[in-house]
Design a protein around this ligand. Structure first.
Ligand code: 4NP
Length: 161
């Protein structure tokens, strides 16, 4: 049985994907499920920076400390070292597919496709929004994390269309 290694990818890796990573770690821990997770951005703007303070606060409300996460950009080796790569929105999905190296092995999918009745939906970018928008981001990524953990527990190699 393989251990899933899941990468969550948004634009800047400071707002949405750190929350997706945090929600996934929490859901996996709560379920006693062993999986690795990380997050990255398609853009280089924020490399090395901590998450947005509003994301740090939202994760803390749910008991997860993400203050020491550091933003990074997706690399070619990510497509091989991770078993699954999940895009937070449709634009991220296009970018991830476009820059995939030929030797890529990871399954690439849209995060909310793992949530029943939310196929094709993007997790909205809260960057120009308020704390309420970050709370909405958490609800989206937490729903996805719960679904993902339960599906991976059943079928670690489950495919994303
Ligand atoms: P993220 O949010 O992709 O969820 O990390 C954003 C962060 C930074 C910018 C846009 C979105 N930006 O334009 O700098």
């Amino acid at each position: 049985m393989i251990m899933p290694r899941v990468l969550f990818v948004c634009l800047g890796n400071i707002c949405r994907s750190p929350l997706a990573e945090a929600a996934f770690h929490k859901a996996a821990d709560d379920a006693g499920f062993k999986a690795e997770a990380d997050s990255a951005g398609t853009a280089a703007y924020h490399i090395g920076m901590a998450p947005d303070p509003r994301s740090i606060a939202e994760a803390a409300r749910h008991g997860v400390d993400i203050s020491r996460y550091a933003a990074r950009q997706i690399t070619n080796t990510d497509y091989i070292t991770f078993t699954h790569i999940f895009a937070l929105d449709q634009e991220n999905l296009r970018d991830i597919r476009q820059r995939a190296p030929h030797e890529a092995t990871a399954l690439i999918g849209l995060l909310l496709d793992v949530v029943p009745r939310r196929s094709n939906e993007s997790v909205a970018d809260p960057y120009y929004g308020s704390a309420q928008d970050f709370a909405a981001t958490w609800r989206d990524v937490d729903a996805a994390a719960q679904s993902l953990v339960s599906q991976l527990r059943k079928t670690p190699e489950f495919g994303i269309r």
